[in-house]
Design a protein around this ligand. Structure first.
Ligand code: AMP
Ligand code: MG
Length: 336
């Protein structure tokens, strides 16, 4: 009996060391927004620290506004040798720009600057200025060769603001997985990505903000291994003479997109693609966005919020959505 007690205690200690996990969460500011990283792991503190450090590193490389970043220097010099992450994001952005026929356009920074969106020094530019700046916003004039990116139009400037957070969440989730983490939730300024499920074994709950009522939600989604990303004019805008001007620009004319939508939420496993598409589908507007969803053959779903409590939900998320609003479910077969 005497021998059994120490053995029993040793068993408890060993089990405790190898199986017990705890949750840790940190909030910090990066990529021009507040972020929260939550991890459930045997050593959650170091996993959260790892995620925070990686995000800060990527921010330093990818920001179009930090004078030391690779993208800032590329914009200034017209060409530059990029690190693996910046290069990969450039290539992905060119792909998303092609897929969306330029509704997602990563070369709009010169136009965005005219409106004062990057530094919040807002103004309504003259049409002539917009037309001139728009001539530099041509992604097909970007070339990539031997790790070097060239902007082959004078004045062209890249801005990955519409895709960098989704790309970052993909990279962090991959990194956490490699370290052995099985359960985490990243909230990168409203761009949410889940790894696995909650510690209690149920799916993560992600609420989608109501653009019409701050602090209220249009829907809740139960997700596992997916990103949920929302774009909308309500996220950043200014008013001049009673008119609202928001930050998502229509690459065809350089003005805030006159969207029939209040917000677009994309849901899928590929965070970078979902981020680029949330912006692109907002630019496209309701009809074009739904057709794109139905015909692209790509694996993602959407919630299109059209305002005043109305929304459209695509079939792939019909089973994981919960909402008090009346909504219509659309199917791919509706578009055949
Ligand atoms: P998001 O919140 O992901 O929709 O990204 C919006 C940000 O992307 C803006 O604040 C701009 O920096 C940039 N942006 C604006 N219009 C576009 C566009 N049509 N395509 C790509 N990026 C854009
Ligand atoms: Mg986006």
């Amino acid at each position: 009996m005497k021998k059994l007690i120490p053995l029993f205690i040793l068993f408890i200690i060993l089990c405790g060391c190898s199986f017990s996990a705890d949750t840790d969460s940190e909030s910090f500011f990066a990529m021009d927004t507040y972020m929260t990283v939550t991890v459930n792991d045997k050593d959650s503190k170091s996993a959260v620290k790892y995620a925070e450090n990686e995000i800060l590193k990527l921010d330093k490389i990818l920001s179009a506004h930090n004078k030391n970043s690779e993208i800032y220097k590329l914009n200034k010099n017209g060409s530059g040798k990029l690190s693996a992450a910046a290069l990969e994001l450039t290539e992905k952005s060119l792909e998303y720009s092609k897929l969306t026929e330029n509704a997602f356009n990563p070369a709009m920074l010169s136009v965005s600057k005219l409106w004062g969106f990057p530094d919040k020094n807002y103004r309504v530019p003259a049409e002539k200025e917009i037309k001139t700046a728009l001539k530099t916003a041509k992604p097909d004039k970007i070339s990539v060769k031997n790790n070097t990116v060239k902007l082959n139009l004078k004045g062209m400037e890249l801005d990955f603001g519409a895709v960098a957070k989704g790309y970052t969440s993909d990279k962090i989730i991959r990194g956490l997985k490699k370290r052995g983490t099985e359960s985490a939730l990243l909230n990168l300024g409203g761009n949410v990505a889940a790894l696995g499920v909650k510690p209690d074994g149920t799916e993560w709950n992600v609420a989608v903000e109501n653009p019409d009522e701050k602090g209220n939600y249009i829907a809740n989604l139960r997700i596992k291994d997916k990103a949920v990303i929302t774009s909308g004019g309500y996220e950043r805008y200014f008013k001049k003479n009673g008119k609202v001007y928001h930050h998502i620009l229509n690459p065809e004319n350089g003005y805030p997109a006159e969207s029939s939508l209040k917000s677009v939420t994309t849901v899928g496993e590929n965070g970078a693609m979902c981020d680029a598409f949330s912006t692109a589908l907002f630019v496209m507007g309701k009809e074009k966005a739904l057709r794109f969803w139905a015909e692209s053959g790509l694996d993602f779903d959407v919630i299109l919020y059209t305002g005043n409590g109305s929304m459209i939900v695509t079939e792939g998320i019909a089973d994981i959505i919960n909402s008090d609003l009346d909504y219509k479910i659309v199917k791919r077969s509706d578009y055949e």
